[in-house]
Design a protein around this ligand. Structure first.
Ligand SMILES: Cc1ncc(C[n+]2csc(CCOP(=O)(O)OP(=O)(O)O)c2C)c(N)n1
Ligand SMILES: [Mg+2]
Length: 1011
């Protein structure tokens, strides 16, 4: 029977234009196949069929205006579906089922309530302030009985219920997110390592030594090189346990765990790679000397060591956020069925000082919300940052515990080493834990800078109970009481628990000593961070401290130590890595290229839009819609939006490809009956990030480096307000570039006068200049839809087919205007890509000529100005569309450099010179950005050059008024054009003077930069 496919509910729009018919009469179509594309002035959306069948007749044509209920096509179908609203969007019932499924799964994954056969904990807490000790002990006994009989979880449940009850009865319960200042994992629950502890310690000592030697040798040679010893010295055990037992490398059977190393601990990774035979001593001697090939980079930089480092982390705060979004992206790929779920983990190593960065904590809520149990943070709490203590008057570990617990993380504190276990077990009165709780970090730090006697006096001496506790220990014994982060048993137990945790991310907060083992030259002293030179005595101490088998003379020579290939140490270290699948860190890629879409995919964008007006943002969204029909490209697109989809007219994507949500959609959206309803789905494609540019950028980097971290090439397209791009998250962009991310950044609503009403904080007049600071960023400021299409397709080809390590920054605007057809000259495409081509020539009078160079929306002002000059002043001109001043400058600089270095060879011409060399008249250039943007090509123009631009603070007003204010409207183009010609003595100056009057321009108005 024949069914009528009507225009569904499209929200508040009426009379929207049909811009594409996607089916033909007689064609067999399936349910959900797109039938037509309709476009309002804000967005374009495909209308899917709600029936399967054969297209009987098409009732609309391109250009028709339609509203809800209008007939689109008749379909001869087999199954009858009567109620339209039931079908748009897809069956809500399915969504609910999916959500229920995920709830069910979660329930299954939840750890079973097990009775844990704990030895009765011996740790007790001081009873200060207890008004009824008997009653307290009764309650505590009851609790112990519950733990004994029904396990920890039951006890936890009862406590929660008690708290709830007290709260409802009006009790003012003090809020606490903290547990006592002791290890989270009780001794009885510690999983023991099966590694050879002696040999691991020897290996660790050699790594420590070689790392320190590398830094000291470099600085002995060239004191300006710098480097850090203290950071790795504090973290060596944290890394070693991971390397020997937990971190699985990528190989042909497994995708590999991803480790974000703390930037300043890089020397330790080089020192281990040296023992593993991956680096030689010559390379170690090139630490921080990278200009010649083979040098080792100061910190993790994939750009500089592309086969070694995976993640740039040294700019504090970027690592934690990138790691969170990496873990989230890994789940995204799994949930979209693009990679297998192999239980891979993301580990991120952080400094306690680094946690001060807002970015470090900025996304921890997301990690918990998305249940990222594939993520493990390890915070190395050596209690110091660069200048001094992190929290001298407080306790960083407790502070972080509270923050992470509050956010919903699984928190594992590793504070005390095994030597403390018997003391804690004997702490019958609770005074030891009380002292631990009361001592602030400044004291803890000072104690480790002194000696055992000092610790006895200051720490254990506080209470007579604690004094007694250590009365049988010598000062040396007290000095040996170690911190958790230096105890491989405690670290192993924590890593083991973290790796098995289900349903939430884990943070391991480990207490260590900065400069561990460096003695008076560095251990726990405020200056440790910058210690990079050790004198002979210090080196001898370090050797003895870690039993490194070097003679005094070898120590004086600061020699590296590497045991023989067949030594047990080298065999062990290699065997451990073999067991874990290979070496870490290592950066490889086996991703297959994505075939760029056929040339004709954007053909419709090369035609004129006639009178129809459209913004370049809209043109871009149209292009993306086209791309979603290309079978190679479509599944690889990762559209990323920080809560601006509607601003950019992208809400059609919600239905078409869905919003990624790891739990699916547990609710029926308010707009469920509408075509562009808000659809969240487990396999959704859009990353709708909410209002976090830093988070969105982190997702972009994760997707843009997918080709190396997951061996699958993906195409991230991140759309944002251009002002909130580089300016807001420039450091992430720099790290993305270092990571060799490939993908598109789209600075939408760009241009200081084009985004009219939004004002000073929104109007971008400089993002292109910022883009130009990143060497591998290719940037464009196109005006017309065909320019955008040519640029975008080339970007796909260069990045994702040819795998060039570049990324694209393209600005798009929200001003609607008609778009002409692409000029037919063959050279046009090359010009668009290289940065300029001639778009118009006014050649009627052949007397006086001027060259206009414009980009973005201001090109249109120039074309309009050129027309006025022709019509009213008989002045000819050539108008050039500048798609990228940045690209032109790069090309110009290269030609200039070549010419200067090769004065006797044939001189190269810059592309600017090739274009403008033979033209007549002076040049006037303008864009919707600061003059510096167009001034970039000034050195390559062999004639008088003037520029206009939008220097100064933006402000809200109409586009017309703004362009007048910044002097980039057509009237100013005319006036300045005349004035330039007068200055060049090509016309009389009176024309310019008259124009100033005619257009009511105030020549005495201050520079807009001063207003
Ligand atoms: C964004 C940023 N700001 C400042 C620095 C300079 N810096 C390098 S290390 C450091 C102190 C780090 O302390 P912490 O995070 O505790 O690491 P630790 O070396 O103690 O392990 C600082 C301020 C940086 N690398 N990045
Ligand atoms: Mg620190």
């Amino acid at each position: 029977m024949t069914e009528k496919l009507l225009v569904p509910d499209i929200g508040d729009f009426e009379n929207v234009e049909v811009i594409e018919i996607l089916v033909k009469e007689g064609q067999e179509i399936k349910k959900n196949d797109p039938v037509v594309t309709i476009e309002s002035d804000k967005s374009s959306v495909e209308v899917p069929s709600i029936f399967s069948g054969k297209v009987d007749s098409i009732n609309v044509k391109v250009g028709d205006k339609v509203s809800k209920g209008d007939l689109l096509i008749n379909i001869i179908n087999k199954e009858k579906i009567s109620d339209l609203t039931k079908e748009v969007p897809k069956n809500t019932e399915n969504l609910i089922k999916e959500a229920e499924k995920s709830l069910e799964l979660e329930k299954k994954q939840r750890p079973k309530i097990e009775k844990i056969e704990n030895e009765k904990s011996e740790i007790q807490f001081s009873k200060d302030g207890d008004i009824d000790p008997l009653e307290t002990s009764e309650w505590l006994e009851s609790l112990s009985a519950v733990i004994e009989k029904d396990g920890n979880h039951r006890a936890h449940y009862l406590i929660k219920e008690l708290i709830n009850k007290a709260y409802m009865e009006g009790a003012n319960i003090p809020y606490t997110q903290n547990t006592p200042y002791i290890n989270t994992i009780p001794v009885s629950e510690e999983k023991k390592s099966n590694g050879d502890q002696n040999i691991e310690r020897r290996i660790r000592s050699l790594i420590r030594w070689n790392a320190a030697a590398m830094v000291v040798r470099a600085n002995k040679k060239f004191p300006e090189l710098g480097g850090h010893i203290g950071t790795f010295a504090s973290a060596a055990t944290l890394y070693d346990v991971g390397m020997n037992h937990f971190w699985r490398a990528k190989n042909n059977k497994f995708g590999g765990d991803l480790i974000y190393f703390q930037g300043h601990s890089a020397p330790g990774m080089y020192a281990r790679a040296y023992l593993e035979g991956r680096l030689n001593s010559k390379q170690l001697d090139s630490f921080r000397q990278e200009v010649n090939p083979g040098g080792l980079s100061s910190y993790p930089h994939p750009w500089l060591m592309p086969n070694f480092w995976q993640f740039p982390t040294v700019s504090m705060g970027l690592g934690p956020m990138l790691a969170i979004y990496q873990a989230r992206y890994m789940k995204y790929l799994i949930n979209r069925g693009l990679i297998k779920d192999e239980g891979r983990k993301v580990w991120s190593f952080l400094g306690d000082g680094e946690m001060d960065e807002p970015e470090s904590l900025g996304a921890i809520g997301l990690a918990a919300r998305e249940k990222l149990d594939n993520l493990i943070f390890v915070i190395n709490c050596n209690l110091q940052r660069l200048d001094g203590p992190v929290r001298g008057n407080g306790k960083i570990i407790q502070e972080l515990e509270g923050i992470f617990r509050g956010a919903g993380w699984n928190v594992i504190k590793v504070i005390w080493g095994s030597y403390w276990d018997p003391l804690l077990a004997n702490d019958k009165t609770g005074h030891l834990v009380k002292t631990m709780n009361e001592t602030v970090d400044g004291e803890y730090q000072a104690m480790k800078a002194r000696n055992g006697a000092y610790v006895r006096e200051k720490f254990f001496g506080k209470y007579k109970e604690t004094q007694e506790l250590v009365s049988s220990l010598s000062d040396k014994d007290i000095w040996r009481l170690n911190r958790g982060g230096h105890d491989p048993h405690k670290v192993y137990a924590a890593y083991d628990k973290a790796s098995k945790n289900i349903g939430s991310p884990t943070v391991i907060i480990a207490k260590t000593i900065k400069g561990y083992g460096m003695g008076k030259s560095g251990e726990s002293v405020n200056t440790t961070h910058q210690t990079k030179k050790l004198d002979v005595d210090d080196l001898m101490y370090y050797r003895d401290r870690f039993d490194v088998p070097l003679t005094d003379q070898q120590v004086k020579n600061i020699e590296y130590y590497k045991p023989d290939q067949n030594s047990p140490e080298i065999k062990y270290i290699k065997d451990r890595r073999l067991q874990l699948g290979g070496f870490i860190p290592e950066r490889t890629t086996y991703a297959k290229p994505i075939k760029a879409p056929p040339k004709d995919i954007f053909d419709n964008m090369k035609e004129s839009t006639g009178k129809k007006e459209m913004s370049t943002t809209m043109a871009l969204v149209r292009m993306l819609t086209n791309l979603l029909r290309d079978k190679n490209v479509a599944p690889r697109l990762v559209p990323i939006i920080p809560d601006e989809a509607r601003t950019f007219g992208m809400e059609g994507f919600f239905q078409k490809v869905g919003i990624y949500a790891h739990e699916g959609q547990k609710y029926e959206p308010e707009d469920s009956a509408q075509l562009s309803s808000y659809r969240e789905e487990k396999s959704g494609q859009v990353l709708e990030e909410g209002i976090t540019e830093a988070g969105a950028m982190s997702s972009w980097i994760a997707a843009g480096t997918s080709y190396t971290n997951h061996d699958i090439e993906m195409i991230p397209i991140y759309l944002f307000y251009s002002m909130f791009g580089f300016q807001r998250i420039g450091d992430f962009a720099w790290a993305g570039a270092d990571s060799q991310s490939r993908g598109f950044l789209i600075g939408a609503t760009a241009g200081r006068t084009t985004l009219a009403g939004e004002g000073l904080q929104h109007q971008d007049g400089h993002s292109h200049l910022m883009a130009s600071t990143i060497p591998n960023c290719v940037s464009y400021d196109p005006t017309f839809h065909y320019e955008l299409a040519v640029i975008f397709r080339e970007g796909l080809k260069r990045m994702h087919e040819k795998k060039e390590n570049i990324f694209y920054y393209i600005t798009t605007m929200n001003e609607n205007y008609p778009h002409p057809a692409m000029p037919s000259e063959k050279s046009c495409e090359e010009g668009i890509l290289r940065g300029m081509y001639k778009i118009k020539e006014f050649n009627k009078f052949k007397k006086t000529k001027i060259q206009f160079l414009g980009s973005g929306t201001i090109l249109r002002e120039m074309i309009a100005g050129a027309e006025i000059l022709q019509k009213e002043y008989q002045i000819d001109s050539e108008v050039w569309s500048i798609t990228s001043f940045n690209e032109l400058r790069k090309d110009g600089l290269e030609a200039e450099r070549y010419n200067l270095l090769n004065p006797d060879k044939e001189q190269k011409k810059s592309f600017v010179e090739k274009c403008l060399g033979k033209t007549e008249g002076p040049v006037l250039a303008a864009s919707d950005y600061m003059r510096m943007n167009s001034d970039q090509i000034r050195p390559f123009v062999n004639k008088s050059f003037y520029s206009l631009g939008t220097d100064g603070f933006g402000r809200s007003d109409t586009r017309k008024n703004l362009r007048k204010f910044f002097e980039v409207d057509k009237e100013h183009v005319v006036t300045y054009g005349l004035s330039v010609l007068a200055k060049e003595q090509l016309i009389a100056s009176k024309y310019a003077t008259e124009a100033v009057k005619k257009y009511k321009i105030d020549p005495n108005k201050p520079m807009p930069t001063k207003l």
